[in-house]
Write a protein that binds this ligand. Sequence first.
Ligand code: EPU
Length: 417
Amino acid sequence: MDKLEIEGGVRLCGEVSVSGAKNAALPVMAASILGPGENIISNVPRLRDISTMGKLLAHLGMGYHQEGNEVTLQSKDITSIEAPYDYVKTMRASVLVLGPLLARAGEAKVSLPGGCAIGARPINLHIMGLEKMGAEITLTEGYIHARSKKLKGAVVYFDIPTVTGTENLMMAATLADGETVLGNAACEPEVVDLADALISMGADIQGAGTSTIRIKGVSSLKPLRYRIIPDRIETGTFICAAAITGGEVRIVNCDEGLIEAIISKLGETGAEIRHDSDSLYVKCPSCLKSEDIKTMPYPGFPTDMQAQFMALMTVAEGTSLITENIFENRFMHVAEMRRMGANIRVEGATATVKGVKTLKGAPVMATDLRASASLVIAALAAQGTTVIDRVYHIDRGYQGIEEKLRLLGARVRRVSL
Ligand code: EPU
């Protein structure tokens, strides 16, 4: 298992380029099930999760090929309707094939995802929505088995806005009979990107990016030619990495419009962030002020940036209250940061972070994707060397993280055992 060795204390300077958004690319890849023929998707990051989705689609009978940042998916024939446990246990987003498979093949059998490091993460709302659209769903031997000759448009109201739930139903509804209305839908930019991709295939979708999405079913869709949006969470992660080292960094190929909550919060801590066309310039003082955050669905502060922001707060001046409202167990990084000398107390959904003068390098363990990014950020500011174990988590969501950090001057080394 690879480890990352980081010697802290270097001020990050220079330019870094952001990759395409993993959480937009995954549903867009699943959408290619709906457009028989050759689907070409560009600006796809080279990541473990992307190749897992590619292999799953290949298992369904599709051709899958990634060359650089372009993915080609040949979906002329679908020969299997089953997403086996081996894929779903590696990556929960495998559940995104449920809606499009059902819409195209009239049947889908998808392993039910279990709990994960950050919470129970049920998919009851995906199932409820598909049932409203007329699917007959049974749960047997750990699999969701959904059947429907032709899905019917329906009004589906989500009790909680769910990102992949909204995406699954939006894809299912594109080929349904009549109109589907998704209420209290997720407004995340990745949902909008999927809607734009589906519209480019001939789907009739209105309202993506608002809490009410209307989809009028069409008889068929054509294959995709689509470019994925920049990764807003990777952008935010580099802003935090620059900030914790008091650095001066230009972040290119990003979209500042997607990260207003992050920019605004970082601005309040004292970081200077300016933008022009597709780049952000970040310049930070040696010590930032503490600020409180509460994670919220978009456009609120994203849960996927909570751990990275917490890393920043461990060495900020004052006390910060960090409240996690989306996932019930997303503080796994706290124990690891404490091993580096951070002063953090957790009570229920809120962590109280008292800034300390300095963190100290230590051996730590990555527990999930964003937690591992937060440990990298903490390590960049720590005195001495931090060794982060289980970095396969970070490889799921950050393309070439150590090369990108090294370009900014960080002393990072991957140790392969
Ligand atoms: N929820 C339910 N029932 C459902 C679906 C969701 O109760 O049927 C609850 C969840 O347990 C959670 C809340 O609703 O408390 C929101 O979860 P959501 O469904 O929006 O999460 P997701 O779609 O499984 C996506 C991202 C996550 C990101 C969340 C929240 C992808 C592939 N994953 O997950 O990304 O944290 O939205 O923004 O898009 C990551 O990239 O590290 C990551 C975990």
